[in-house]
Design a binder for this molecule. Structure first.
Ligand code: FAD
Length: 627
């Protein structure tokens, strides 16, 4: 009896509920449709689906599954069923629920529904908890409450400089300012309005602003991006949910909480960042755009400030010191000058594995028909019933079986597609005119005619032949070498060297009549075999052959390889304490995000920033354990 009663309380989570495309209202509908009620009725063995009340169900996740092993493509749902509501609205469901048995991965009893809020609400909730306050006579207050005991200084707030307004810096600044620190957010680039104009000038007039471009400026590298919010750090973790809900608070559509492959697109990121900025300013954060941190001010082995200059001041003639109690370094992995500056202070830097390769672009229609066959017609420039097709392929080059022709240096590497942008465009991510590197971006509708993705192979310190000369920055030099080569191969002016995928496999330079490219600054036929060492080229060739097996049609005369994709993740890690986030070689310095080697993407960078913000707040006794 006890068991039955238990089952009739709380929630059941029903997973893998498949609804055929024809019975689903489509990718943009996130509610409970009749088709979904049918799938639910089947899962709980309830005979009349139309009698199930929609109000008792909440969609937690919706994905599209068009794998070829399926009889027909489906939308796949995860749904939470509120049992007491269901039973009160439809008593006949009672016995069906009582008979439910948890089946791993399909039906799970949740005695309580987990509620994790957006970061701002969580902090506000925490601040509302009443605490006893007793003065210790020295201007410090000792507080205790349901979340533990802590101590904070009422007279002076800790001053924290957050360097960089990418996702990691923004979330660190948010947590710290919400918890009462005096935060300066220092950004070498421009606010999104001005940055948008600088990017426009780059695309239209080939004018690269060194400090305001696809990598530098408000929102960081992710602003003019595809805005994919998929992450490898656990979609359902509280930290990721908090970040996603905070993005919704700042204007992202609620659908990102449900969509199996959430993405925003540049057009949605820009207003979101403006709202984020206003919120920080209302909290008193001093945001300094166009201001570059050139150096750290170190006294008695502690960071006591940063040296900043106007980022238009190339010679750093008018720099000034900004005193602070802690520096959160969130500069991303394109701030190569910062790595150099850290070395000058003897701060530990460790070379890190990453991946290099090319960006491949196909007509989106081709990818739609490879992935969806008959369903491709359902896609109308991102407005159709099913999402524009993407792909993700990961392979290991073992050198066994069919891979016998693989040359020695290519064996043992992984190759994978990365940062795939359906309906997107290839963009220039150089921060120096003598170097050329690219990436992909899209708008929310993903409506362009092209599909692009990085095609990369892993590289490690064993590949960095200049380790003796460049030490921990050998990986940076390794990237730079290919970026400079690509710039020369393109002939300058940010023209990108390209080769059709078929010619690349045949080691034959493409003819001048190339398939069209979405890249706006022009492409030039080249033999991309001249770009990388032979073993990397060989690994790329083999990976393309392996991808073809999974995506028949991938090797196509319309597939165009663009050089070069080098900034997949940071080539350096800045060691820090796992608990306090403080640099292991300099007190008061908190290296975070992608540039420090602790994130790879928008969401993981934001999560790192959030945790680092909490760690710094803890150091200054702004909150106790347990938030
Ligand atoms: P960044 O976002 O790089 O931010 C660092 C900030 O620090 C920059 O704004 C920079 O101007 C500033 N800065 C640097 N040096 C200084 C200094 N000395 N003084 C002051 N400020 C400084 N990831 C995804 O998850 N999904 C995607 O779809 C996606 N698409 C991408 C598309 C493109 C074109 C690019 C370039 C990247 C894309 N990424 C994507 C990767 C993602 O943008 C990064 O992983 C993420 O932005 C890293 O966040 P971060 O805060 O660590 O650093």
């Amino acid at each position: 009896l006890g068991d039955v009663k238990n089952k009739l309380e709380g929630f059941w989570r029903l997973s893998k509920l498949a609804v055929p495309v024809q019975e689903d209202p489509g990718k943009d509908f996130l509610g409970v449709s009749d088709g979904l009620l049918l799938a639910i009725a089947k899962a709980i063995k309830f005979p009349v689906a139309s009698m199930l009340p929609q109000e008792a169900f909440t969609v937690i996740r919706k994905s599209f599954d068009a794998r070829k092993i399926l009889k027909e493509p489906n939308f796949v749902y995860t749904v939470d069923m509120n049992v007491s509501e269901l039973v009160s609205l439809e008593p006949r469901t009672r016995e069906f629920i009582s008979d439910l048995e948890p089946k791993i991965g399909l039906i799970e009893h949740l005695p309580e529904q987990r509620v994790s809020g957006n970061l701002i609400d969580v902090i506000h909730e925490y601040k509302k908890v009443p605490r006893e306050t007793t003065s210790d006579g020295g201007g410090d207050n000792v507080c205790s409450g349901s979340m533990g005991s802590y101590k904070y200084t009422t007279t002076s707030k800790p001053k924290v400089a957050v360097v960089g307004s990418g996702p990691s810096g923004l979330f660190a600044a948010l947590v710290l300012s919400e918890l009462g620190a005096e935060v300066s957010l220092i950004e070498r680039g421009q606010p999104v309005e001005k940055r948008g104009r600088d990017i426009g000038a780059l695309i239209v007039r080939r004018k690269l602003e060194l400090e305001s471009n696809f990598c530098f400026g408000e929102g960081g590298a992710g602003t003019w991006s595809d805005g994919k919010l998929v992450t490898r750090i656990g979609r359902n973790s509280d930290s990721v949910l908090s970040v996603m809900k905070t993005l919704v608070h700042f204007g992202a559509p609620r659908g990102i909480l449900i969509d199996g492959k959430p993405h925003l697109g540049t057009d949605r990121l820009v207003p979101l960042l403006r709202n984020f900025r206003k919120h920080l300013q209302n909290l008193g954060v001093s945001i300094k755009f166009g201001t570059r941190v050139d150096d750290l001010v170190v006294r008695n082995e502690n960071v006591v400030g940063v040296k900043v200059s106007d980022s238009s001041d190339k010679l750093k003639l008018n720099s000034q010191n900004l005193p602070c109690d802690a520096v959160v370094l969130a500069v991303g992995h394109s701030a190569r000058d910062i790595y150099q500056m850290l070395l000058s202070h003897d701060i530990d830097l460790v070379p890190k594995d990453f991946a290099v390769g090319l960006r491949i672009e196909h007509p989106q229609e081709l990818i739609n028909s490879i992935q969806y066959s008959g369903l491709a017609a359902e896609i109308h420039s991102g407005r159709g019933k099913v999402p524009v097709a993407d792909y993700k392929v990961v392979k290991y080059l073992s050198g066994e079986d069919g891979d016998k022709s693989l040359i020695t240096g290519a064996k043992g590497r992984s190759c994978y597609s990365f940062c795939m942008c359906p309906g997107g465009q290839v963009v220039l991510t150089s921060t120096d005119p003598s170097e050329l590197c690219i990436n992909g971006m899209s708008f929310s509708r993903r409506a362009s005619k092209w599909a692009n993705a990085a095609l990369v192979v892993t590289v490690s310190t064993l590949d960095f032949n200049l380790l003796n000369i460049y030490g921990p920055l050998a990986g940076v030099q390794f990237q730079r070498e290919f970026e400079q080569k690509a710039a020369v191969m393109g002939g300058g002016n940010f023209v990108v060297p390209v080769q059709t995928v078929t010619n690349f496999l045949d080691n034959k330079q493409s003819a001048t009549s190339l398939p069209p490219s979405s890249y706006r600054l022009g492409v030039k036929a080249a033999n991309l075999h001249e770009l990388f060492p032979e073993h990397i080229t060989d690994a790329l060739k083999h990976s393309i052959l392996m991808f073809e097996k999974e995506l028949p049609g991938f090797i196509s005369k319309d597939g165009l390889l663009h050089g070069v994709e080098t900034r997949t993740s940071s080539p350096v890690q800045i060691p820090r304490s796992t608990e306090t986030y403080e640099s292991s070689s300099l007190k008061g310095l908190y290296p975070i995000g992608e540039g420090a080697g602790y994130a790879g993407g928008i969401v993981s960078a934001a999560v790192d920033g959030m945790h680092a913000g909490l760690a710094v707040a803890k150091k200054f006794n702004l909150f106790p354990d347990g938030i």
